[in-house]
Design a protein around this ligand. Structure first.
Ligand code: CDT
Length: 307
């Protein structure tokens, strides 16, 4: 039996500050319909897909903050997405701001199977940006003000005939994200992102945003023998330009599909999950070649300890 899966990355263009969730969901329904016509079994939507990337703005008004968050999934605005996906027999992964019943605020991503069952909720691990308003910046990146880091870590779930993991945006820059999932046998990592092109702490990195994004995901895919599917929210959103370049990467590290617009766009690839084993059982045979007894420095301290 082959384990081939047609997967789509459903890139979104900008979402305005005042754009209602229902309007964004309509755009997502169109992408889902297109995905069905392309034979997709799984579609990945971006990080914080339902709203504008609100961490660029500062507010102390808790009601205003909570209005960016979903208290239930599906909720009234997202139910049509769940309904159409189930009708079409397509699974999906969706990033959104989650407010839990006990008051926790997370940057989250869910995985939903083709029959509509909820497989898992992943919460972002590496929260980038800053904790407090910084007036010198042309725009804020206040994820560390609005979101708590995941208390759960990186999981891998049996779904879609394989082993599926999730990571959110900044998680993709950290090799630990892929390796922790790699050590659970991951074959398909689903990732949504919002990456501003301008990086105020070091603008020399601006021109390298596309290069760095591909660099980390291609390395992570290859070094762990896994597919990576990455969906951007790109384009100029509320005056701030964000990286598009959604892509699908094979276990070889090769990009097999990439978006060429900065707007709503579906890219697809036929992902052979058995391709992962070619890397997992050869050059990256972890059991045979890893030296965990010498890797303690990776998990013991958080930062650098000079010799
Ligand atoms: N959304 C997100 O995680 N964006 C970050 C920007 C880093 S700069 C604060 C990213 O890694 O793309």
């Amino acid at each position: 039996m082959t384990r081939e899966l047609t997967v789509g990355a459903a890139q979104l263009g900008p979402v305005g500050r005042d754009e209602p969730r229902e309007s964004v969901v309509d755009r997502m329904l169109a992408l889902l319909g297109h995905a069905a016509s392309q034979g997709c079994q799984l579609v990945v939507f971006p990080e914080l897909a339902l709203t504008s990337f609100f961490p660029r703005w500062y507010t102390e008004d808790q009601a205003e903050i909570d209005a960016w968050f979903e208290t239930e999934m599906p909720g009234p605005a997202t139910k049509p997405l769940f309904d159409l996906a189930k009708e079409l027999g397509i699974g999906f992964s969706l990033g959104y701001a989650e407010l839990t019943p006990d008051g926790h605020h997370y940057n989250s991503q869910i995985l939903v199977e083709r029959d509509g069952t909820m497989v898992a909720t992943f919460r972002k691990m590496h929260i980038p940006g800053h904790e407090a308003y910084e007036p010198w910046r042309p725009f804020q990146h206040l994820e560390r003000y609005y979101f708590e880091p995941s208390p759960d870590g990186f999981g891998v779930w049996r779904a879609f005939g394989g082993l599926v993991g999730m990571m959110i945006c900044n998680d993709r820059r950290w090799p630990e994200s892929y390796r922790v999932m790699g050590l659970q046998g991951v074959e398909l990592i689903l990732c949504g992102y919002n990456t501003p092109i301008h990086y105020p702490p070091d603008p020399s990195q601006d021109m390298l945003q596309g290069f760095h994004s591909a660099l980390v995901m291609q390395s992570g895919a290859y070094q762990n023998g896994t597919w990576v599917v990455a969906a951007a929210k790109g384009g100029v959103e509320e005056g701030i330009e964000a990286l598009a370049q959604s892509c699908i990467i094979a276990p070889s590290g090769q990009i097999v599909a990439q978006a060429f617009t900065t707007d709503d766009e579906l890219i697809t690839a036929r992902c052979d999950l058995d391709w992962c084993d070619r890397y997992k059982s050869t050059i990256f045979d972890f059991d045979r070649y890893r030296r965990p007894e010498h890797y303690g420095r990776i998990t013991d301290p958080r930062g650098v300890i000079l010799p």
